[in-house]
Design a binder for this molecule. Structure first.
Ligand code: DLL
Length: 438
């Protein structure tokens, strides 16, 4: 159940000491090797010697994605080129991608963290595990791959695409675990229906899912359809990739590998730290990274931290599910709405598929929101009376949860685009209009 009991169950005081020692070494390392951090610290009048324990972390400057872009490609790299053995690049659609170089030790630490996650999901050397994250510049594929090899299980590098062949292999090789985005899990479930493969023919026990926000309702839906248990895995390329945190059986937050990635929650407006339990922006400092360490990296992900020993025995701080990204949060007529709130409502009603698209616009200076949603086959009808009653039902429930009147558009089964990686679920036409107004 534990891959590294000593670390995963370490008493808090001992963990704080370990983090402190690592932070002191890290700050000296980046001050000496990354001119960007040296300048930032000099500007604040801060010397490496001012950082003596983990409590001093709040004195340090933040790092943002823009900093990474501005220093493209290697400006934030701390290790010399001859020690870098892997380079990943983010999937950013605009501007420069973010480039992250890893040393051999970084890759080992990463595999260790993914191993903790896989072990918590009951995977061991007897298992056969397929990786359905994309292999390539994205960290999902190779990140999981090294973790699976590290625990001694047999890895099947399925990647995305080839879904029918992958399902055939799942059945014929009796694959016991897989890793995928929740969107791809749903696509696998749909393809099983199409091919007539029942969950009883598969031997899947666990799925390790992340790379995009997902709700409890989505978990239930997929678990029922595929007959397995889903465990959350969180991570981001700028910090390492998948494996920054992971769920145990208790599924009350994801345990952070905080011996390597120190978490904080801040108020994104005032940048002040927030106490455990309060929601805000998640910030990470990579305590042991050599290739491209980051100090107080602002993830833009909104969640809260949970302290105290978990029922599973792990003492590591947990993070709640990600509610959304601060840049994903929609402000509609002044009200904050996260797409995940809309997903929860849709999935709480049996008539709808977990397939939807949110379209936001501005008409006569007023924000509008349309929720397009697929109806399940058995509830679908072209009869306008039936359609109207479905619309009313969903619109009413949405209004009670998000306090906004949404226009609901009922879509035929199978008509909304399927994604094999991260889904796109929001189209905000206001941004396009604003761009032209400028
Ligand atoms: O998505 C790394 C990853 C791969 C994580 C596979 C888990 C599994 P990026 O492409 O850099 O890296 O995207 C990072 O994705 O800041 C979150 O907004 C989101 N994200 C990742 N995991 C989760 C999760 C990978 N479990 C960004 N729940 C992060 C919610 C997630 N959001």
């Amino acid at each position: 159940m534990f891959w590294n009991r000593e670390i995963e169950c370490m008493p808090r005081e001992q963990m704080r000491q370990l983090q402190g020692q690592r932070l002191v070494a890290l700050v000296k390392y980046v001050y000496d090797h990354v001119p960007f951090y040296r300048k930032k610290m000099d500007d604040l009048g801060l010397q490496p010697g001012d950082i003596r324990s983990i409590d001093d972390i709040t004195k340090l400057p933040f790092t943002t994605k823009q900093d990474l872009r501005d220093n493209y490609p290697f400006g934030l790299q701390a290790a010399p080129a001859d020690r870098i053995v892997r380079i990943h690049a983010s999937s950013g659609t605009t501007g420069n991608p973010t480039i992250v170089g890893y040393t051999r030790k970084d890759i080992e630490v990463w595999a260790e963290c993914v191993s903790r996650c896989l072990t918590a999901a009951h995977m061991d050397k007897n298992d056969r595990f397929s990786v359905s994250y994309g292999y390539g510049l994205f960290t999902g594929g190779l990140g999981l791959h090294y973790g699976v090899e590290n625990i001694g299980a047999a890895v099947i590098p399925a990647s995305t695409g080839n879904t029918e062949k992958h399902l055939k292999l799942m059945r014929d090789l009796q694959i016991t675990g897989t890793a995928a985005t929740p969107s791809y899990m749903l696509y696998l479930a749909e393809t099983m229906d199409k091919l007539g493969i029942s969950k009883d023919e598969l031997a899947l026990k666990s799925a390790v899912c992340g790379a995009e926000p997902w709700t409890e309702e989505m978990r239930q839906e997929i678990q029922n359809r595929m007959g397995l248990k889903m465990y959350n895995i969180y991570g981001l390329s700028e910090v390492v990739g998948p494996g920054v945190s992971y769920e145990c059986d208790c599924q009350h937050g994801s345990h952070i590998c905080e011996d390597h990635y120190y978490p904080e929650i801040i108020n994104p407006y005032t940048l002040q730290p927030l106490p455990y339990g309060e929601s805000g922006e998640l910030v990470f400092t990579t305590l042991t990274k050599e290739g491209m360490p980051v100090l107080r990296y602002r993830t833009r992900d909104i969640c809260s931290l949970i302290d105290g020993t978990c029922e599973c025995g792990r003492t590591n701080i947990r993070m709640s599910n990600i509610l959304g990204r601060s840049d994903d949060m929609l402000i509609i007529r002044g009200i904050n709405v996260f797409p995940s709130q809309i997903e929860s409502v849709i999935l709480s009603l049996e008539e709808f598929e977990p397939r939807y698209m949110i379209v936001v616009d501005r008409v006569n200076n007023l924000d509008t929101i349309q929720v397009q949603v697929e109806v399940r086959k058995e509830f679908y009808s072209t009869d306008t009376v039936v359609e109207l009653s479905l619309k009313k039902k969903l619109a009413g429930k949405l209004q009670s949860v998000i306090a906004i009147k949404a226009d609901v558009k009922i879509m035929a089964p199978g008509s909304i685009e399927r994604y094999q990686g991260k889904s796109v679920r929001v189209i905000d036409n206001r941004q396009i209009k604003n761009k032209f107004v400028k």
